[in-house]
Design a protein around this ligand. Structure first.
Ligand SMILES: [Ca+2]
Length: 397
């Protein structure tokens, strides 16, 4: 009886690799850290702790090692509702010396709500939390409207050698301002780290001098590739999500052209009808509902270097886009079983994902293949002869 049990064990151990192959459809080892109330974005501190924004206006500090979750006080009152609330969080490139943190959020005012960007000193305490001190608002959308969508308000710094700051400003569901140079809605903006206008922008006048590129709808993600080119993902209308290569002074066509149509069914001419507008490198119909993007620069997923990794709400996971020269194509969809709000890469090359909505988790993703198959091989190599030896031994007795 005992021998039969061991024989069964030996058999199941040898069956291991085939059952593993079905699980290898996911390329990830998934490590959940903790969950949040409607998380929206995250930023890594130099000590490996992580700032996470919650849309209701709470800024969290998480230690992935202990999974402890603290609070950073001093966030301004946010206009919470629809797509609005506390949005992005980013560290100044010289954070190690100036402790400056940037946040974006929806604020109320005359006419409705609009996105704002503020910076503040992050002061940490010994209890796993801290506060924002000396907060100042350094940028605002140029009009407040009653709609509660399309704030976009992503913040991106160029990197260690540049303090130039980029803001993705959505059309606020008003559409036409995306083509108007008297508004900074529906634009990709290039600013200094104090919100002032740097030299080298393509347009003049206020607020046109902030604008790098125009004609975008709901640009929820921007990132640079290793050649310094800026890529943007954009939540489109029905059937019109886009990934664009952002060129200085270029017009991306919204709301005059789109590969999709309005949600009420009205058609929109395609990009090809207006060659003066830059067409997307990839568009999605049906849509994926992209929520953020990184251009992968790590070594952990070495074959993904230079790819766009998009978090997606509708597609419930990650969408990988291969970039070759100035062309792009969708290469892979990796389901994570839940609407995905944000993806970021840490300094080791691991991916970190925020799930969308109430109770959304922060999840660390590392490659499954090498580590797990190695672990399984080791188990098989050591366990199988051992079990066979035991079984033979028992039969001989
Ligand atoms: Ca477009």
């Amino acid at each position: 009886m005992f021998g039969l049990t061991l024989l069964a064990l030996a058999t199941s151990a040898s069956a291991g690799p085939s059952s593993l192959s079905s699980r290898q459809t996911s390329p990830f080892i998934t490590t959940p850290i903790t969950d949040f109330a409607e998380p929206w974005s995250l930023a890594f501190l130099p000590d490996n702790r992580i700032l996470v924004t919650e849309k209701n206006g709470v800024l969290r500090l998480v230690d992935p090692a202990t999974k402890a979750k603290g609070t950073i006080t001093g966030v301004p009152t946010v206009s919470y509702g629809g797509q609005g609330g506390l949005g992005d969080v980013a560290l100044h490139p010289n954070f190690a010396s100036n402790n400056l943190v940037y946040i974006s959020y929806a604020e109320s005012g005359s006419g409705g709500a609009g996105a704002a960007v503020a910076r503040a000193e992050l002061v940490l305490n010994a209890n796993g939390g801290g506060s924002l001190e000396n907060l100042e608002v350094i940028w605002r959308q140029s009009q407040k409207v009653s709609a509660t969508g399309h704030y976009s308000h992503r913040i991106l710094f160029e990197g260690v050698n540049s303090t130039t700051m980029w803001i993705a400003s959505g059309d606020r569901q008003v559409m036409d301002p995306a083509q108007s140079m008297s508004s900074n809605l529906g634009k990709i903006l290039r600013l200094n780290d104090d919100g002032s206008v740097p030299v080298g922008n393509p347009f003049t006048g206020t607020p046109a001098d902030q604008v790098w590129a125009l004609g975008v709808r709901n640009p929820l993600g921007i990132d640079f590739d290793e050649q310094g080119r800026l890529w943007e993902i954009e939540m489109g209308p029905m059937g019109g999500d886009e990934i664009n290569l952002m060129e200085k002074g270029a017009n991306y066509g919204w709301p005059l052209v789109s590969e999709g149509s309005h949600y009420d069914g009205r058609a929109i001419p395609n990009h090809s009808t207006r060659p003066e507008f830059n067409p997307p490198k990839v568009f999605w119909n049906p849509v994926i509902s992209p929520s953020s993007v990184i251009i992968y620069k790590g070594d952990l997923f070495s074959s993904w270097k230079g790819n766009a990794i998009i978090s997606a709400l509708g597609a419930q996971g990650l969408v990988r886009v291969e970039i070759t020269g100035d062309t792009a194509r969708e290469a892979q969809r990796i389901g994570l079983g839940r609407r995905t709000r944000c993806v970021r890469q840490d300094s080791d090359g691991a991916l970190w994902v925020l799930e969308d909505g109430a109770g959304g988790s922060l999840i660390k993703l590392t490659p499954r293949s090498e580590m797990e198959s190695l672990a399984n091989k080791r188990t098989a190599v050591f366990l199988q002869p051992l079990l066979i030896f035991f079984v033979s031994f028992l039969f001989l007795m």
